[in-house]
Design a protein around this ligand. Sequence first.
Ligand SMILES: Cc1cc2nc3c(=O)[nH]c(=O)nc-3n(C[C@H](O)[C@H](O)[C@H](O)COP(=O)(O)OP(=O)(O)OC[C@H]3O[C@@H](n4cnc5c(N)ncnc54)[C@H](O)[C@@H]3O)c2cc1C
Length: 377
Amino acid sequence: MDYRENAEELAFRTRVREWLLVNAPTNWREEAKTEEQMGALHRRWQRTLYEGGFVGLSWPVEYGGHGLTATYEAILNDELGRADTPRISFHNYLGRAIFTYGSEEQKQRFLPPMLRGDIQWCQGFSEPGAGSDLANLRTSAELKGDRYVVNGQKLWTSGAQHADWCVLLVRTDKDAAKHRGITCLLTSAKAPGITIRPIKISDGAPETCEMFFDDVEVPIDQQIGETGAGWRIAMTVLAFERGPGDIGMIATFQTALRRLEGIAAERGLLQDPETRKAIARVYVIGEALRLNVVEQLSQRNAGKPPGPEGSVARLLLTKAEQAMRTLELELSGAAAFTEPGDTSFASYLRSRTISIFGGTSQIQKNILANQVLGMPR
Ligand SMILES: Cc1cc2nc3c(=O)[nH]c(=O)nc-3n(C[C@H](O)[C@H](O)[C@H](O)COP(=O)(O)OP(=O)(O)OC[C@H]3O[C@@H](n4cnc5c(N)ncnc54)[C@H](O)[C@@H]3O)c2cc1C
């Protein structure tokens, strides 16, 4: 990144870089091969970062954060990307639901352990028949005394098999308009009555899950926001999920592109016009993404919360990642299918999921058309 940093921010960058030289895990891709190992690695890494004083930089001090500006998060993420470390838990954006709509007691209860990495989260929004049309969700919650009784099914709940808690959207009023009858609950992912079945995605990893709810009891003090206000909470969470919350993806992306240029050079392909064109294309999309992310960072620093314009970054990220993984696969050639250690085909398949989760590319375009450009529905 090349926006200007003041003296304190530069000193922070130096401190992070020096700390990473000592603490960043090395060889983690070789050591963490399975989903389980990757989950354990993420927990350990989040804990190490927390102990180093680098988690929740822009979160308020009273909830375990450091009360700094979004620039500090960006510097940290940039350095993590350059050092090619594992990612910090990508589910922390779920904390925004609690942070924005939770009671003081809920914030104190859930946010500090979330930042410490003591509790892992999953996002129980999508259902069969309620993906793009999320407001169609049917998992029901009936209030009985001081607890809800939840019945239904969630689908594509990533990381549910390793999660401790779930941010869950449920229907509490079947007669209200479909966006109005939804409520947001926090449930233990291990509560009696929950059955979790992992689903293997295209590259064979059991990354996401089905979750079944049979008379699952959720105490009413685990409701976030008002009854029937779940849609607004869902939109806040999705704006953070879709926006470029993690600017480190730019540095990660640039590191990966440099690695591919190295592979092209090794294979004598750097002078090949088609390879050059493909590298240039990936570079240009990445650069457009970087500029968009920097623009959004300044908006964040000016106090503007993420909104529908985050879909631009999401579409650029999708294009950039898919173009890069296509290039990687082409550079591998036949080795992608014959060499057991070659991961380019798995990465290519995985890159196809980016245009689906968090809202498909078509839905991102609809959001931009309707909510940013003001075009008719
Ligand atoms: C790897 C992975 C991880 C995921 N993780 C999670 C998670 O942790 N939690 C969670 O809640 N969900 C998760 N999801 C679910 C994801 O959000 C949904 O898959 C996504 O919103 C699409 O919904 P759907 O699968 O029901 O497809 P559908 O909504 O049925 O869409 C099918 C096709 O129709 C198109 N389409 C639908 N409506 C429109 C429209 N109005 N205009 C134009 N085109 C349209 C879509 O773009 C798509 O191409 C995950 C999905 C994947 C693949």
